[in-house]
Structure formats: C-alpha cells, structure tokens
Design a protein around this ligand. Structure first.
Ligand SMILES: Nc1ncnc2c1ncn2[C@@H]1O[C@H](COP(=O)(O)OP(=O)(O)O)[C@@H](O)[C@H]1O
Ligand code: SF4
Ligand SMILES: [Mg+2]
Length: 368
C-alpha cells in the first residue's frame, strides 16, 4: 500500500495501553495497603482514523479519553502499544521526530485559558506556533493575520491577551494556534465543554468548515453525545480504558448494543438517539472495517483477565460474565436482543457485510 492509499488509516492506534503507577498515601500504607496503585487509564485500544474523518470518543469522566488522545499526538508515551501516522511510528526507537509529528498532529483543549500563555498576545501565541513550523518572521505576520481572520477573530484581537477574550474567542485562538502547524489530524479534547450553548454551535461550525477546507481528521473527545452524534462519522465508546463499542455513528445510535452505551444514550435528556446529524456520510466505504476501533489481533487476549469490567453495573449480566473476559468482536448477526434493553437493539443491518459494529459483550457477540 502507498501512503496515499485511501484505505490506509491516517492515524492508527494499535493495542495502546497507558498505566499510571501512583504512590499511596502514608495513611493508606499504614493501614496495610500496597505502597503503589496502578491505574489502567488506557487498556488496549486499537483504533483507526482515516483522512477527512471524525471519530467521536465518548465515555464518562476518568475513563481514559484524554490520556488516549494525548498518546496519539505524542504528549503521553504509552506503556505499551504503538501509534502510527500513515505507517510511521510515533513512539519507540524509530519514532517520528518531534517536529515531524507537530506538522501532522495537534490538540485543542477543553480549557483554552489554561493552555494559552497568559503573558502572550494573540499575535505572539499564533506567531510562536508559526515560528516553530519554520515560517520566517517576514511571512509570519501576514500568516498570523490570515489565520486569526480564518478562525473568525477581528484584527483588533491580535493585540489582546487571553484574559481580555471571551471563552469562545480563546478557543478560536487555540484553533488558530493548532492550524498554524498545518496539521492533518487534530485531537479536540472536550473543545466545547467550557462554552455557552450558542458559542458551542459557532465552534462546531468552524471545526466543520476547517475540516472541509483542509481535509482534516479529528478525534473528537466529548461526554456530550449530541455533539458527538452530530459531528462524527464513527463513534467509539470507552469504559475504564477500553473500547466497549464502536460503529458508524448512525449505526451506533440506531442499535446501541453494549449495555453501557445504552445507559449513556438513555441518559440524554429528551430521549436519546433521536438526534440530528450533519450528513449521512458513510464510513463503510473506507477500509475493510471502516474507521473506529478494531478488534485486536493480539495483545489483550493474551492477558489473563477475569470477567467483564462492566458486570457490577450491568442489568444483563449472566454467570459467565463474572468469569470470562469479553473481547471486542463484531456484533452477532444472529443474537437476540438482550432482555431488558430499552432501545433499538437488533440483528446487525447487513448480514453479508463485514460489519464495523464492534461490541465487547458476551451476549451481543453471540458467545452465549
Ligand atoms: N498524569 C497522571 N497521573 C496519574 N493518573 C492519571 C494521570 N492522568 C490521568 N490519570 C488517571 O487516568 C485515568 C483516566 O484519566 P483521563 O484520561 O483524564 O480521563 P478522561 O479524559 O476520560 O476524563 C483517571 O483515573 C485519571 O485519574
Ligand atoms: S459481558 Fe455480560 S456483564 Fe459485560 S456488558 Fe455484556 S452482558 Fe453485561
Ligand atoms: Mg478528559
């Protein structure tokens, strides 16, 4: 395959894990606990993102979304696994150089205020990013003005400091700074969470326009399923560091099949998955499994695990769920809906297709 082959993912995470080892408090140790505690923030995630596509990553707070996003852009080194940009490794001995990676991948954060240098004006924030890309100062000013205009700010914003801007304007500066590197891929980590609803709509519109204009790919991290449904081609649902379900957005919201996804959807005020979509773009055409998570070929199955990590919260748990570890696998074409499931679960849409709808659940994958 050539790097430009549309079936080659732009970004590919293969069995990525990130474990944090924390030293326990003095008191906890005195009470007989272990000296350290291991947090499996990301626990074997395999996922593809294609050029020009948006993969939405959802899950409750603390499930590992940001940590995973940071491994993709070179900010957090995985404990194991690898990330590839068009086949080039991001981590390890033969990794891409820091500059090469910045040219490809950028991140925009939930709280633009804390990620912008408070002592720099907008001009200097964007200009510094351009300088890092190697743009000469003579061209930098022109490009700074053009970028600031492109993200919807006025020329007089150039000389303002972050504290003199609104939340939406600060997020626009964060986007301009990311664009200054001319990335192909942006991790947008809860980019709307700190904004008013009306401003959220503007930033969504801006991100979509930029995607069309520059062919950008996004990993959109959000706990807001409406936003994810509206913007994403494919959605991956994360629980305790693992992908528990992944499918094209339409499919996932029509047939949420993991009990955790069903709980997330049923928690949307005004019920659920009757949400609006920006387009009916299909991801199935790209690659044998489309974008989104992939069942791991190795790795997670090698580790001896006991039971399903969601069993203590699952209304459908059966005896085997306590002892047998469910792997991420295609939704069974023939499985019956789980008892007690509230929303549209059913057999997979096309029994002849290679379904990109993956679920980590014994009951949904036909092993029971
Ligand atoms: N630098 C760190 N050191 C130790 N633990 C961390 C660190 N970053 C994240 N964690 C832990 O990893 C888990 C996942 O965190 P995070 O990726 O921020 O989740 P999310 O973005 O889904 O809210 C949490 O339990 C969090 O406390
Ligand atoms: S494997 Fe069992 S406990 Fe886990 S989500 Fe499926 S039904 Fe529930
Ligand atoms: Mg986060």
């Amino acid at each position: 395959m050539t790097p430009r082959d549309p079936r080659t993912p732009l970004v590919s995470a293969v069995d990525v894990t990130k474990h944090f080892i924390m030293t326990e408090s003095f008191l906890a140790r005195r009470l007989g606990g272990a000296a350290t505690r291991r947090t499996r923030a990301v626990d074997g995630v395999t996922l593809d993102i294609f050029r020009g596509q948006t993969v939405g990553l959802v899950g409750e707070s603390g499930c590992g979304k940001s940590t995973f996003g940071r491994t993709l852009v070179g900010l957090t080194e995985p404990t194991s696994g690898q990330v590839f940009y068009e086949g080039s490794a991001v981590w390890g001995r033969d990794r891409l150089g820091r500059g090469e990676l910045k040219d490809k991948a950028q991140i925009i954060f939930q709280n633009p205020y804390s990620s912008l240098n408070p002592r720099y004006t907008v001009r200097r924030i964007v200009g510094t990013a351009l300088a890092a890309r190697g743009v000469k100062p003579a061209d930098g000013e022109r490009e700074t003005q053009s970028l600031v205009r492109r993200v919807g700010l006025a020329p007089d914003h150039l000389d303002r400091y972050p504290h003199q801007l609104s939340g939406g304007q600060r997020q626009r500066v964060g986007i301009a700074r990311a664009l200054a590197m001319r990335p192909q891929f942006i991790v947008a980590d809860e980019p709307l969470s700190s904004l008013d609803v009306s401003v959220q709509a503007q930033i969504i519109g801006l991100l979509q326009d930029l995607q069309r204009e520059y062919g950008l790919s996004y990993l959109l991290i959000s706990h807001d399923l409406r936003v994810v449904y509206y913007m994403s081609d494919t959605v991956a649902v994360m629980y305790r560091g693992q992908i528990v379900e992944s499918a094209p957005a339409e499919e996932l919201f029509a047939r949420p099949s993991h009990p955790y996804t069903q709980q997330l959807l049923s928690a949307i005020p005004g019920s659920g998955h009757r949400l609006s979509r920006r387009s009916s773009r299909q991801t199935r055409a790209l690659g044998p499994n489309g974008a989104g998570a992939r069942a791991s070929a190795s790795g997670e199955e090698h580790e001896q695990r006991r039971g399903c990590g969601f069993a203590h919260r699952c209304p459908n748990a059966a005896r085997m769920c306590a002892t047998e570890y469910p792997v991420l696998a295609p939704l069974s074409k023939y499985s019956d809906p789980c008892p007690g499931v509230a929303v549209g679960v059913g057999p997979s849409a096309d029994p002849d297709s290679t379904s990109p709808h993956l679920v980590r659940c014994h009951r949904e994958c036909g092993s029971q």
